[in-house]
Design a protein around this ligand. Structure first.
Ligand code: ASP
Length: 370
């Protein structure tokens, strides 16, 4: 008999399984397995009836055979009780996902999370930090067009995600969408209409779906064989983190309103990390917050680029001088996730947290000074 791989697909909601309600707007639908089961590219009903129907693997779906592999890929859809549009996710939803991956870690060969695209970039980053050790492939995916529609991208996304989880050893959190697999801490949603909804502006994709689905091991965070086959999670996160974008109409009151009661702030600045300096009242609010141990990280608003530890313009110097931490080439989503993770490590001093923010821990940044 062919070698079998078992994948757990955690279905959390999102467009993948949505239909319009009576108000004409998309909402998640339950029992998605019934729909997936009827799609021949996602389930071989004949094989299942002959081989699995009366066995202890009857609640699995089975991928049709690939011509080039001996592998039998089985997957089980674990549907959450409360399915959500991912815009409704809070940190608790990702904590639940991390705990479920840990809970089922030894029962499966890999994990897929069906996730709404709106917050996939946040979710993938948050899960990357929470899963401190994960020895198996974790792939987030979803759809721009619901699986119920003929032009849905959902079935190809799910198929590729399951195949990657079953055939590739990528011990980190990733996102598959369109035709590419991205590192979880590098991905951004770049379109709400295109089938290629994601990109990773400062880092190449880990894999591109061609006639084959092979990852280049040199792209991975960990060299092959260096990650133990186990799952260790850190399931505490700071909720006192937020993102503030610098815009020409910014006022000291806006800064105060966001920074007060926060432990960490992602400050999205112009260009290389610049902000207005002629209005000192604005700067003073940020300086005051840093003195009060708010961990402020300077990330560029640009789609692509980096904020270094050394200012390039006078308009970036004050932030460096008052102790705002450079994000280097991290995305805003990754910085928010990392702040939430790092700030929850109460055993660390403020300075240790600052150092950790500047250190690459999940492939999220390149710091040329390290
Ligand atoms: N609003 C949806 C969600 O994030 C969008 C999607 O899944 O594409 O759940």
């Amino acid at each position: 008999m062919a070698q079998m791989k078992r994948i757990l697909v955690i279905y959390t909601g999102g467009t993948f399984g949505m239909l319009k309600n009576e108000k004409g707007v998309l909402v998640p639908q339950k029992n998605i397995e019934q729909v997936v089961r009827r799609l021949p590219q996602l389930h071989d009903e004949e094989y299942w009836t002959e081989n699995f129907a009366n066995t202890n693997v009857k609640d699995y779906l089975v991928l049709p055979d690939g011509k080039d592999t001996e592998l039998k890929v089985l997957y089980k859809i674990y549907e959450y009780e409360e399915l959500k549009d991912s815009s409704d996710f809070t940190l608790d939803d990702w904590i639940k996902m991390a705990r479920d991956i840990k809970r089922f870690y030894h029962d499966y060969d890999g994990f897929v999370v069906l996730h709404g695209t709106d917050t996939t970039a946040y979710g993938a980053s948050i899960l990357s930090f929470m899963l401190e050790v994960v020895g198996k492939t974790v792939v987030l995916t979803g759809a721009q067009i619901p699986i119920f529609q003929p032009r849905s991208d959902g079935s190809n996304n799910l198929l590729c995600a399951v195949l990657i989880a079953a055939t590739q050893h990528i011990p980190e959190v990733t996102v598959f969408f369109g035709s590419k697999l991205f590192r979880g801490t590098r991905v951004k949603k770049v379109s709400n209409t295109r089938i290629h909804a994601f990109d990773s502006p400062n880092f190449p994709p880990l894999l591109e779906a061609k006639t084959t689905l092979d990852v280049d091991p040199k792209m991975l965070i960990h060299p092959a064989g260096s990650v133990p086959n186990e799952c260790r999670i850190h399931d505490k996160l700071s909720r006192k983190v937020y993102v503030l974008k610098v815009a020409p109409t910014i006022t000291p009151e806006v800064i105060r309103a966001v920074f007060d009661n926060m432990e960490g702030v992602v400050l999205e600045t112009y260009g290389n990390g610049n902000m207005p300096i002629k209005r000192r009242d604005i700067y003073r609010e940020i300086e005051r917050a840093v003195k009060n141990n708010v961990l402020v990280v300077n990330v560029t608003q640009c789609f692509n680029g980096t904020v270094l530890g050394k200012a390039i313009y006078e308009t970036g110097l004050l932030l460096v001088e008052c102790g705002v931490v450079p994000a280097f080439d991290m995305t805003s989503e990754a910085v928010l996730a990392k702040l939430s993770y790092v700030l929850s490590k109460t055993e660390l001093s403020y300075q240790q947290k600052v150092e950790l923010m500047k250190t690459n821990i999940r492939g999220e940044l390149y710091n040329p000074q390290h």
